[in-house]
Design a protein around this ligand. Structure first.
Ligand code: TXA
Ligand code: MG
Length: 327
């Protein structure tokens, strides 16, 4: 059910949950001041309690309400990338400034300022808002209002912002203080901002944190199976079987007897990123049981994030290529 901007604000202020567009993916929003709305988010998503939520703000000065000291270069990062597809995990000044449920018991919280005009206005008037991606846990994120109806039913309130311009979630950074490891910013979830985008600001590319340990994950969400359609996905770089369904690129050739779902032109990674979840969701819509994905590319720039998402979406399906990128 499409709602207007004013209705979305009213619902949030009354303690209801609403799906909102952002430039990355749609979010399932609740006011941080309404515990029962936060409960509803976990329930409707089927989200494990140990997976914390991102707090969405409208102005980076609001950070002072939550954090006493910020890590080096935080201000430069915020000024460069906010509003935009960056989330930063910061240590809290005390545990009372963020509900325990939101931070899943951690002494930190994740913050982001989204770059979507209508949603920024809503955050300004009804925020801070917690906003996980608007999908049932484990499924591909929603990048269009139709995906919200698929996961939560046609009566679920959503503000229509059309298709998300980026289509992949925000990149999550956290600051590793000196210890056993090198001090500096780390990427704990790859996203719409690839690691080289940080070089001009930090003077180095943040390390990408490998798969988390189950007992003590740095980014709890990274532990779970994710972004996955019901269909089994096989990642291949060539020799696609005959009569198969291939997720591929419009500027490449595939066996003539195959059916191809196009991610867009290979030469335009931004378009491929924006189409990825739409195409993965299409598999379930048309009832496909298995599909082959063309992964004949070097996982660099946005293609690093695309590779990571495809790897998670294909779960345990192990091919030569997935073994290669796991290293
Ligand atoms: O682009 C996005 O980030 C979207 C839009 C709606 O803003 N949101 C999003 O939220 O992707 P979600 O809940 O699907 O993913 C949030 C990720 C999870 O992997 C979670 O574990 C991690 O952020 N996270 C949240 N708080 C954290 C914290 N304090 N420490 C480490 N990771 C945290
Ligand atoms: Mg998510």
């Amino acid at each position: 059910m499409i709602v207007t901007l004013d209705e979305a604000i009213q619902r949030l202020l009354m303690g209801e949950i609403v799906a909102l567009p952002t430039e990355t993916v749609y979010g399932l929003a609740a006011s941080i001041k309404h515990p029962q709305a936060i409960e509803q988010i976990f329930a409707r998503k089927g989200r494990p309690a140990n997976n914390p939520l991102i707090i969405h703000l409208s102005d980076f000065r609001e950070i002072a309400e939550f954090v006493r000291e910020v890590p080096p270069d935080f201000e430069k990062l915020a000024q460069t990338f906010w509003p935009g597809p960056l989330t930063v995990v910061l240590p809290l000044k005390d545990l009372f400034c963020v509900p325990e449920r939101v931070r899943a018991g951690l002494p930190t919280a994740a913050f982001r300022i989204p770059n979507q005009k209508q949603t920024l206005e809503i955050v300004r008037k009804a925020g801070p808002l917690v906003m996980p991606s608007a999908n049932r846990s484990g499924k591909p994120s929603s990048t269009h209002p139709a995906h919200i109806a698929e996961d939560f039913g046609v009566d679920f309130p959503v503000l229509d912002g059309g298709s998300c311009s980026l289509g992949l979630e925000s990149t999550i950074l956290y600051y590793q203080h000196e210890g056993l490891q090198h001090e500096g910013w780390r990427i704990i979830r790859e996203g719409s901002l690839s690691s080289e985008k940080f070089f001009p600001i930090l003077g180095y590319r943040p390390l990408i944190e490998g798969p988390s340990k189950k007992e003590n994950p740095i980014c709890p969400g990274q532990y779970y199976r994710h972004y996955a359609p019901k269909a089994k996905l096989y990642l291949l770089s060539d020799q696609f079987p005959d009569h198969s369904l291939i997720i591929g690129f419009e500027d490449r050739e595939y066996p003539v007897n195959s059916k191809v779902l196009s991610l867009g032109p290979f030469s335009k990674p931004e378009t491929v990123a924006a189409n990825l979840y739409k195409v993965l969701r299409q598999l379930d819509e048309i009832g496909i049981k298995e599909a082959y994905v063309d992964v004949n590319f070097v996982p660099e720039g946005l293609y690093a994030t695309i590779a990571e998402r495809l790897h998670k979406a294909s779960d345990s399906v192990d091919t030569e290529w997935t073994r290669k990128i796991k290293k």
